[in-house]
Design a binder for this molecule. Structure first.
Ligand code: PLP
Ligand code: ZN
Length: 419
């Protein structure tokens, strides 16, 4: 029996075949992959996972693709990124056991999007597509473009008109069709929904979305395995559409249901930027629905004003007793610097959002000193240099002479005066 059972509607439960569809024809609810857990349970174990490839594909049994572990996937090196024990930042914040899940070094495009794209393109090819496309806030386009190039697929990426230079270049280098839309992400997404209705392409975050979203679960799987088959007490997760947050919760639940980890009590916390915080604002105001906003923030990768999974993110956080909060652009920059200067990890603006909100939740007493805490750092700072270029100072410039160097640093000869 296949491990994928069906696509099911998250609202009314109607089942559909596992094809390229994403909304329920009865109630317009979003579709989600349903698995045969009884079947999966027969073969999966900590041992089989540990014997798997050194990538997120070690959790192949819980990903929505056909074929066996060693069948050809697109993006075989994505995931299994470092889980960094952040002793310095933990000490600074007053948390005993803090970890940074470091997707700044994900393969091949340095963000967590390599996980979702690897699954989406593998599934798209299985479903017979030759052309892939996406609407993106930046990182998704980079990853789709790179994976499509490697897989020899036709590619269209649609991006908003105000992206960071490195994220624009990070598309062009792979030579997909890069379409810069005059508008924000929500405009781009609306246009793409229309295009998807006309052209038989695999839009990774539209008609392939049920499969794409499942790739985010691997962050939860890796968290559990890398903590020594434990689930953390607290998870702090950045939110754009809110999909990543909901799937980390789903991944933790699957680990528990399959007996791979004991009782999961993880509190799922969501982080947004003040300039685009429809989900976190709804949480703070005690609403279970969000009001769309017009984004204005340096955290462009999270700038979705009308988040597709916002409602489900609110639900996931509430169900686990977690919290949400938001930070200003200044706090984002300070938090990027804090992470870099304590742990040697250069995160993009989304990482600044996560660390800024982590700091707030500790201050508020929501995250306690003894809570095992994981902060998800989802993208690389080299792609958003504009955000910090004015906040890091300049190098010390000197003439190429020893005397000049020592004078500049007020050192005596032979190292006298060294600390
Ligand atoms: C896309 C993205 C996210 C979160 O995306 P969701 O739409 O909430 O799943 C987080 N961080 C970075 C860097 C991203 O590019
Ligand atoms: Zn339905």
């Amino acid at each position: 029996m296949a491990k994928m059972k069906a696509l099911t509607c998250r609202e009314c439960g109607k089942e559909y075949p596992t094809t390229a569809i994403h909304v329920c024809e009865l109630c317009f609810g979003p579709l989600e992959v349903k698995y045969n857990y009884d079947e999966i349970k027969k073969t999966i174990s900590r041992k089989t996972i540990e014997a798997g490839p050194h990538s997120m594909w070690r959790y192949h049994d819980l990903l929505p693709v056909e074929g066996t572990v060693d069948h050809a996937v697109i993006g075989p090196h994505a995931g299994f990124t470092p889980m960094v024990r952040a002793k310095n930042l933990g000490a600074y914040l007053g948390i005993d056991e803090l970890y940074i899940k470091n997707d700044t070094v994900n393969h091949p495009t340095l963000s967590f999007k390599d996980r979702v794209v690897s699954v989406a393109l593998t599934r798209a090819r299985e479903l017979g597509f030759n052309t892939v496309a996406c609407a993106s806030t930046g990182n998704l386009a980079n990853s789709v473009a790179a994976h499509a190039a490697a897989a020899g697929m036709q590619c269209y990426v649609f991006i908003p008109g105000d992206l960071e230079a490195a994220k624009v270049l990070g598309n062009l280098i792979y030579k997909p069709n890069v379409v810069e839309v005059e508008g924000n992400y929500d405009d781009v997404n609306r246009l793409c929904s229309e295009i998807a209705g006309e052209h038989h392409w695999a839009f990774v975050n539209i008609n392939i979305r049920p499969y794409y979203a499942e790739g985010s679960k691997t962050l939860a799987f890796e968290t559990v395995e890398q903590l020594g088959w434990r689930a953390p007490d607290q998870a702090v997760i950045p939110m754009a559409s809110g999909s990543l947050l909901t799937k980390i919760k789903k991944g933790l639940q699957e680990m528990q249901a399959l007996g791979l980890v004991d009782k999961v009590r993880t509190k799922i916390n969501g982080a947004q930027a003040e300039g685009c915080s429809p989900i976190a604002t709804a949480y703070k105001e005690g609403r279970d629905f969000f009001r769309p906003v017009k984004p204005k923030t340096i955290a462009k990768s999270l700038a979705i004003g009308n988040p597709a999974d916002g409602y489900y993110a609110l639900k996931a956080t509430a169900e686990t007793g977690g919290a949400m909060d938001m930070v200003s652009d200044e706090e984002i920059v300070e938090s990027i610097k804090l992470l870099a200067q304590t742990e040697g990890i250069f995160a993009e603006t989304a990482g600044g959002v996560t660390i800024g909100v982590l700091q707030k939740l500790v201050k508020q007493g929501v995250i306690k000193k003894t809570d095992v805490t994981v902060a998800y750092i989802t993208g690389n700072g080299l792609k958003t240099q504009e955000a910090v270029v004015d906040a890091v100072g300049r190098p010390v410039r000197i003439q190429p002479s020893l005397v000049n160097f020592q004078k500049t640093f007020k050192m005596g000869k032979h190292g006298q005066g060294d600390a």
